[in-house]
Design a protein. Structure first.
Ligand code: CS2
Length: 475
């Protein structure tokens, strides 16, 4: 078995955790062990393991072997660098099983293991195969494929349906899927997608999933720049560990989970995870303020020639624009709220200014077609419905369009599941019209609203002439 067990490594060269890893069982299976998962969820779980060894994580990455291979080579250990006024380092050892390409059989067996109670995922927004309305896209090639071959899935939706079908057939309690991606009502959307998928195969299974399986909504937050050679060199120099897969993040981390976890599940509250009856206010505020501002900084900042979030926040015109956008337009869409939104926004702007984090705008600009709906378009939809101005909110949308045009024109890569369509649109006249016609991005009630269309048209025209002038304008 290539990934299933520990791969021996010269242990003396590896750091240690503060608890006995030999006692750790596997109680969580996670799809998508990328940097965010390893810097966020795995850090919480690592601290939990000291008190309760049931919750080790099986890392599953069936499409790319690099991370799981490296995790296996390092016996599951890697370094988390916390980028604050001083950089500190922690060893994380939460993972104790590793499944890469070719391990579908082992993953299926793990999903049926009664000890596995949580199946979490960070597969990015696009990984859930949802359409523009947030429901499962039955035309998505992975879903078409998984419905034809449900015993050997490739999508997370297909995997959860198969794993739950096996549990039901074996008379076992279901596991709890926890979606850790930045989508509003992420648990509800995932639950509805898995039930809709199952209904095409077996209506009774779909009924069981709807009745028995809880898909908590979650809000996840910690700024995690992509790892690079500099981080690897820093970790090597400061810890002596030649770590191939270190991760870094800011000191701030938050995780709010809807309080529907199994009773004998992990005591997440003991490590600072907030369990809440309703996560909605948290996830909306975080997505619209933090992620909405991030995407705005990314597209406008890249057009202005900036490289990182901290650089973009150092641009007085852009920072003032972001403050007005968030404090006036975005927060209006979140009221009333149990959160002190103005204070929350202020903390987020401080986090963006953290000079220790080289968070690249280009990384945030990825997958705009998947991110903009939750980050900006929901705010726009609510502003339109309430009769508020959408002039300023149209600026990030216009900036995304101009960014697509610029990338395509320069022959630069566009990282987006709709990249082919975006490039084709950018190569012909009618950029704004034709992008607004993309139903995967713009819902009909937004795309069809004249106030919104003309705000985007006019922002694009003005931004081509004088981008800074648009930032300074006060609608
Ligand atoms: C960022 C997020 O890459 C992006 O799109 O906006 O990853 C952001 O850093 C996290 O959501 C912060 O919690």
């Amino acid at each position: 078995m290539r990934y299933g067990g520990f791969v021996s490594a010269p242990f003396s060269t590896l750091p240690q955790t503060g608890y006995d890893r030999n006692r750790v069982a596997t109680g969580i299976l996670h799809f998508g062990p990328g940097a965010f998962h390893r810097a966020h969820q795995a850090d919480y779980v690592d601290r939990l393991l000291a008190d309760d060894p049931r919750w080790g994580i099986a890392a599953v990455s069936l499409r790319s072997p690099e991370t799981v291979d490296a995790l296996a080579r390092q016996d599951g250990l890697y370094t988390l660098a916390i980028l604050d006024s001083e950089t500190s380092f922690r060893t994380i050892g939460a993972h104790n099983a590793f499944y890469g390409p070719g391990s579908s059989g082992e993953v299926r067996a793990r999903l049926a293991d009664p000890a596995v109670r949580i199946v979490s995922s960070t597969v990015t927004e696009k990984g859930y195969c949802l359409g523009g309305d947030g429901s499962l896209d039955f035309d998505h090639p992975d879903i078409v494929r998984d419905l034809a071959l449900p015993g050997d899935p490739v999508s997370i939706v297909g995997w959860l349906a198969l794993g739950l079908a096996d549990r039901r057939a074996a008379g076992l309690a279901p596991f709890t899927p926890i979606c850790c991606d930045n989508m509003v009502a992420n648990g509800k959307k995932l639950g509805a997608a898995v039930a809709a998928f199952a209904r095409r195969l077996d209506p009774e299974l779909a009924g069981w999933i709807e009745g028995e399986v809880r898909f908590p909504d979650t809000m996840v937050d910690s700024i995690t720049p992509a790892s690079d050679e500099r981080l690897r060199a820093l970790v090597r120099e400061r810890t002596g560990f030649a770590d191939e897969i270190p991760v870094s993040r800011e000191a701030y981390a938050a995780w709010v989970i809807e309080d529907v976890l199994p009773e004998d599940g992990p005591d997440f509250a003991s490590v600072g995870i907030v369990l809440a009856g309703d996560v909605g206010a948290w996830e909306k505020a975080k997505l619209r303020i933090l992620n909405g501002a991030h995407s705005t900084l990314a597209y406008v900042g890249l057009l202005l020639g900036h490289t990182t979030v901290a650089d973009a926040m150092g641009d007085a015109d852009l920072a003032a624009f972001i403050e007005r956008l968030v404090r006036e337009d975005v927060i209006a869409s979140l009221m009333p709220s149990p959160i002190d939104l103005q204070a929350y926004a202020g903390e987020i702007f401080e986090r963006f200014r953290n000079p220790a984090i080289g968070h690249r705008l280009a990384q945030i600009a990825w997958d705009g077609s998947q991110k903009l709906p939750y980050r900006i378009l929901d705010t726009i939809g609510e502003a339109l419905a309430a009769g508020r101005s959408v002039e300023r909110l149209a600026v990030p949308i216009a900036a995304w369009m101009l960014f697509i045009e610029r990338q395509a024109g320069a022959g630069e890569k566009i990282v987006d599941p709709l990249a082919a369509a975006l490039k084709e649109i950018a190569s012909r006249p009618g950029l704004v019209e034709r992008l607004l016609d993309l139903r995967q991005v713009f819902r009909p009630e937004i795309a069809g609203d004249e106030r919104f269309r003309s705000a985007v048209e006019s922002a694009v025209v003005k931004m081509r002439e004088n981008l800074r002038g648009v930032l300074a304008a006060r609608p």
